[in-house]
Design a protein around this ligand. Sequence first.
Ligand code: ADP
Length: 376
Amino acid sequence: MTLTVGVIGGGQLARMMIPAATHLGIDLRVFAENDGSPSAIAATQVGDYVDADQVLRFTREAAVDVITFDHEHVPQAVLSALVEAGVAVRPGPNALLYAQDKLLMRARLSELGLPVPEWAAVSTEAELDAFIEAHGGVAIVKTPRGGYDGKGVRVVRRGREANDWFEAPGIGALLAEELVEFRRELAQSVARRPSGDIVAWPVVESVQQNGVCAEVIAPAPNSAGRIADVAEQIAVTVAEGLDVTGVLAVELFETTDDRLLINELAMRPHNTGHWSIEGSTTSQFEQHLRAVLDLPLGATGTRDAWTVMVNVLGGPVGGGLDSRYAKAMAEHPTVKFHSYGKDSRPGRKVGHVSVGGSDLDDAMYQARAAAEILTE
Ligand code: ADP
């Protein structure tokens, strides 16, 4: 019997599920936004994921056993239509809701007693001013929906600095948060089956530049013991409390006073888990497929003492396998290269590199140097 997984969204996450599906003998079908998507090397249908009829037709034509996602933007109405039509949707709409809306997410996590930055929903300049005043004269404001890679996140010292968002149609209330003083950002990924089994990878450190994940170190340095335990406990509580199936990534702040606070949730494979392709016994992409199909989960231990992942952010020239790759490959033979087949635009994630080893400094050097050649 061949199992078929349908993936909505044709980005690099769908693309990186392809080798895992191939190895497991799973038929992967992608519903992509356009023809030239990173996932176009797999069986791909092009359509509009906000159109329930098109998505339903895709699930029928592809005869999927389960639908999962490359991104979290599929509207609830479309998700409900799938569920009503008897399609297995994993993660389900009730879980995805909290990855789609940062205000709902903050409220639900607070309800579950999980640690989050101090926050409030603000609808007017005056409300935001009051929040700023109560939080030392500064706040972070976020649009609840549709943000990614730091778009939709702003540091403000006056309520009026968010007036364009208050006035924009369709945004509604904003999320105001304390400006967290953090030592570093961590990410904890877990995978959960519908039957309840759950596994966790080691907590990792993610280094952000301009709101975009630039590097990941797995496991996070100096995280053995309490930090690792707390991070895992938080992610397990989120996965169970929100009934997440598949991979869940929890982005965390490690504060200067040694607390872990939840920043963001992603209910799919995540940039901070790319290291697991080479660095863990089971990659997040394989695990996601196993989890959404309710198959037994794989071991999540590390293959190397350290794995460093560095994103390749696009420069002004092409993003394909050009001559820079040959140079980087020649100079850094221990590095593993991943190219997403995307057109390059400044700052756009067009690939990543990863390197494992027993010496963190060396792994870091190799990964950074290789990525630098690719962005020259
Ligand atoms: P996105 O959903 O666009 O990735 P995030 O909410 O993850 O946005 O925020 C992007 C980055 O902004 C975070 O990785 C972090 O560096 C910074 N940030 C977000 N919220 C806070 C906060 N409350 N305090 C301090 N920094 C923050």
